[in-house]
Write a protein that binds this ligand. Structure first.
Ligand code: UDP
Length: 492
């Protein structure tokens, strides 16, 4: 018996920041001649279906497999993606619910065997630690997809193993992160809340990070030249292959519109605005796929934009509940008087989902005010755009450290005041420095060099290309040994 192609299963966590890079990986692997099944729940399938169908129309052997989202008591109906999680309590429930996906997931793997399309490899998100057991049951290797940098992952391994921050008295007290390849000083304020032993999700992440070591290896959306010391360190630390195949956004066949969700602005309209601006004059403002800023913070940003009079594109996401429970919820009352006039003259506000790659890669973009989610960070680097780094949660603080202190390709946003707000004066000063100041200029020079390095890395013979080739070769080996095993099995 012989199966047509090696068949890889990709299983992203249910959040755009994970679904998008794994969708890119799906296309890249299918482009290398592999069969790829991308697994998600019914409620998330709508975000990737068009893109997968486009890939199929180009003869890519790529398939969307939909699972029923399990349900647990108190989890709101329709809660299938991180963008609809209103509180920590619901986040915990959501994570617990995802454990129940194991049963339908394994049923799907059995079905693939019945259909003579068995999987030879599973690339599953960090969040699905149970995939190690599943992979063992099906005797296939499990690779972990981490949607973060090698720098941040190295720090997280160290924090969770040594808890160097355990006895710190205040948020600002500093400590040396153990076992890092270069000395790194952090404070508790640089860490995600989950890194605290008293956090209800501490043990959940502790377990996940330990399971990494039981997996076959790691697939990462980064490139060697960006963080060589940390990639080397990570490889040594986990003692497993780490395939660095990024920046995925630069791979061939990756769409720049409707990526991860359908865009709330037509590409033409967006391009019309961008084309009418001077090179590197537009400040792009976006905080990722999840709504994370309050109404008051929106007002402060608007005040800052009014004060600097810089052209801007600003993506505003309201919590999905805000518009559902209060259809009158509008952002315009949050703006200072006269702001809408300024927007008409100088800016573009996009409510909802924006074509981020299209925007970032346009020559008019001169700076990115970002929450430093890893995808946004590496997309900005690939486009040669310096950043103002404004972290909100998860490992974003570590990405800020990398952007501001390690790579020096961005400026930090000032700290929040006692109300938890970054005031407009601070935003204004950071924006002016980034767009017109010396520090901004220096950051731009460095990020442009990295953008060149990123292009080389994904080009033929570049480090990410080589890493991809080695991953695909490895998958072929697994496929061959699976075929041999099944052949022997049928003969006995
Ligand atoms: N994104 C987009 N349009 C939007 C918001 C986000 O295309 O309006 C994409 C962005 O390009 C990135 C991903 O969504 O690929 C967000 O991932 P990131 O890690 O930056 O942030 P997260 O949403 O995970 O916090």
């Amino acid at each position: 018996m012989g199966f047509s192609r090696p068949h890889v299963i990709l299983f992203p966590f249910l959040a755009q920041g994970h679904m998008i890079p794994l969708l890119d990986i799906a296309k890249v692997l299918a482009g290398c001649g592999l069969r790829v099944s991308y697994v998600t729940t019914h409620g998330n399938a709508c975000h990737v279906r068009t893109s997968i169908n486009e890939g199929r129309a180009l003869s890519l052997d790529i398939h969307l497999v939909e699972l029923e989202m399990p349900w647990v008591e108190r989890l709101p109906q329709g809660c299938e993606n991180m963008d609809s999680i209103p509180s920590l309590e619901i986040f915990i429930l959501f994570l617990m619910t995802l454990k129940k996906l194991q049963e339908p997931f394994e049923k799907m793997l059995y079905q693939l065997i019945d259909e003579q399309q068995p999987a030879c490899c599973l690339i599953a998100d960090l969040f699905f630690g149970w995939c190690n057991e599943t992979a063992e049951k099906f005797q296939i290797p499990r690779l972990v997809f981490h949607g973060i940098s090698s720098f941040a992952l190295s720090v997280e391994y160290s924090l969770w193993s040594h808890l160097p921050h355990k006895s710190l008295k205040s948020e600002q007290e500093t400590f040396l992160v153990p076992e890092m390849p270069t000395p790194l000083v952090l404070s508790k304020a640089n860490l995600s809340k989950e890194a605290d032993e008293s956090h209800p999700l501490f043990l959940f992440f502790d377990d996940l990070l330990k399971r990494d070591k039981e997996s076959w290896g790691i697939v990462a959306n980064t490139f060697y030249e960006l963080e060589p010391v940390y990639v080397d360190h990570l490889r040594k630390y986990v003692g497993k292959p780490v395939w660095t195949i990024g920046p995925l956004s630069l791979s061939k066949g990756i769409e720049s519109i409707d990526r991860g969700k359908s865009s709330d602005i037509k590409a033409d309209k967006c391009l019309q605005y961008l084309d009418s601006q001077r090179p590197r004059s537009v400040l792009y403002i976006s905080f990722g796929s999840q709504p994370c800023i309050s109404d008051k913070q929106i007002s402060e940003i608007a005040l800052a934009l009014q004060a600097i009079e810089q052209p801007f594109i600003w993506i505003i996401k309201l919590p999905s509940d805000a518009t559902k429970t209060n259809p009158q919820h509008k952002v315009s009352p949050l703006f200072p008087s006269g702001f809408e006039e300024i927007t008409k003259k100088k800016g573009l506000i996009i409510m909802g989902w924006a074509p981020q790659l299209l925007i970032l890669s346009h020559p008019s973009i001169g700076g990115f005010l970002t929450h430093c989610g890893w995808n946004s960070t590496i997309e900005s680097i690939s486009s040669g755009v310096p950043m103002i780094a404004w972290p909100f949660f998860a490992e974003q603080n570590l990405n800020v450290k990398m952007v501001v202190d390690v790579l020096r390709i961005g400026l930090p946003i000032p700290l929040c005041d006692h109300e938890g707000l970054v005031r407009w004066e601070g935003i204004k000063n950071a924006a002016l420095e980034l767009m017109h100041g010396e520090e901004g200029q220096a950051a731009r020079g460095r990020v442009l060099e990295l953008a060149e390095a990123a292009k080389k890395a994904v080009g033929i013979g570049g480090s990410s290309h080589k890493s991809l080739v080695s991953l695909v070769e490895q998958i072929h080996k697994w496929h061959t040994s699976m075929e041999q095993y099944m052949e022997n099995d049928t003969q006995h």
